[in-house]
Write a protein that binds this ligand. Sequence first.
Ligand code: DGJ
Length: 684
Amino acid sequence: MQSWRIDAPGQTLVLASDGRTPVAVYWGPSLPEDQDLGAICDAAKRDVTGGMIDSLPELSLCPEEGDSFQGQPGIKAYRDGAPMYPRFAFVSGNGGEFVCRDAELGLTLTFRFEVQGAVIAASTSLTSDREITLHHLAAPAMPGPQFADEILDFSGRWIGEFQMERAPWRVGTHMREARGGRSGHETPPIAYFPETGATSTRGIVFAMHYGWSGGHVMYADEQPDGRRQIQFGHATGTRAAGTEFETGTLYLAASETGLNGCAVAFQRHLRDALITWPHPDRPRPVHYNCWEAIYFDHDFAELAAIADRAAALGAERFVLDDGWFGKRDDDTSSLGDWDIDPRKWPDGLTPLIDHVQALGMVFGLWFEPEMVNMDSDLARAHPDWILGRADQVEGRQQRVLDLSNPEVRSYLYDKIAAVLSTHDIDYIKWDHNRLLPVADAAQGDGIYALLARLRADFPQVEIESCASGGGRIDAGILQHTQRVWLSDSNDALERLRIQHDAALMLPAAVTGSHVGPRHCHTSGRVHDIRFRAWVAAQRHMGFEMDPRELTDDEAEVLTRVTAWWKANRDWRMGADILRLDSADPSVIAEQQLAADGTQFVVFAGKAASGKQNMPRPLRLTALEAEARYKVALINRDEANHLSRISIPLKEGPMVLTGQQLMQQGLILPWSFPDRLWVVEGTKI
Ligand code: DGJ
């Protein structure tokens, strides 16, 4: 038996092979440096009993069909129309790469592992001597935790992204699949596997995130013998015939500090390792987006006036959204015709860009390159460039271009490059507003190729991934983009929840969050500017309303919160977001902890009026137990007349120990629902 260990901060993965495909014999919190790996392999052996075959089929990195294996195989392939049942022999392995071969079938399987920060990045590739048709290839299959009752994964919808789902572990397969051709609102490719009793801050938790935007499948599989395995791969049916195949990269995290340990590993990995920042030393600019101010109604004088007001509030980037190209007066036409509309912009975009820059802001522009309206010059000239059947059902009156076609990619490259090379553009909002007719891996590869080419030639341009809000958020797209439009919901209450759950993956620096109009366009709710401003200030802050609607009081509050955001962004955009275990389900709370641990801010949002009369204590986390912290409620002016007693936090800063904050907790003043308390902490 050969064995290898892969260590990342906080986790160890032990692989072993007895001459066949390696098996993950241990995955969990870090093992001692001098751990005897032979003992791990020995202790992992299991008995068999009556009613079973005489030896347990291995749950290897790629479980094989055959030998009466009843679970999900890691390869589902056909050759000449017949199913294949490979049986791989181990060829070589060095800790980072493991090669296995089935000589009879002419198949070679390679597993790669790389430590990236606290995350282990794993992928599988398959080559075949002769053409095969592949239906499924798993990224290295991992053991599912035994001391666990539940699987946490996500569903969601437009304006309701990142909804946490809980499914029981039980015999059989829990399957999630994104068949819409993108990672999807409904299926972010991420799952958490907590041990029983784990919370956001406590307990052992495993998490996996599949870095691929074209649609994935996840199997969480429990065998009749009790063993569990988890597989991620591309969505079923996204594979064509060929001889070379590769999975997306599967990112693995394990934690002894609850969901937060994995969340922080993912946040840091995305922010510090995966994303290529166009301006690594530039502070994240406060964003202004005009979509909910003007929609398709572009007019220079109006936009200039809006820009004046946005800049006065503190905006540093001004984004012109949909409607500047073709004859795009609504969403029925012009996608594909990426030439500036001379009716709306007789002198081009330069006058607006000059105006924005004179106000000290940089300029950003919206594109939706992968899409086409049938009412466009492009569709009329190239109907053959469109994916899917001619009589397909459209989505938002639009269809999808075939990005696997190099001609399509070069057309789009030329159009976008023409705009970028003749204008001073700092940022692109890259939208994607419909599902694909079918999930198609070639489409995913095509979009990555186009983005990579643009990034190489215009490295100074930041790109935001938007897909009707958060329909394409994953570590695949984030290798080419730097910000995500988390949701089209600018409703602060909805956003508070969405941001909280999305923090299981996303750091603040990449998560766009905007202060929307007073009357929310997607929920009809009216929220106080204080709530709207603080919720946006939790992440990469921006505004997305007509700022001329703001009253003096609203403008004063927004200017003040924006100034606070700017004053704190240097440490906060590199901080960890730690979800807090709230004893009160009506409170959604998080703690952002500076990388050096010397300061934190707690955001405690009151999402409902609550059950009991008074707030329950809120326990903080990850502080130094012995240290003393100066703790201040910075928006105590928001306490209202129904908060009737003078508790110390309402009067001014307090000095409390880390242990006290983590055990006794903080008791905040009573508040109305749809309000958010902000508590700053500084280590003394
Ligand atoms: C969908 C996006 O999510 C919105 O923010 C906006 O950009 C519209 N598309 C524009 O059509």
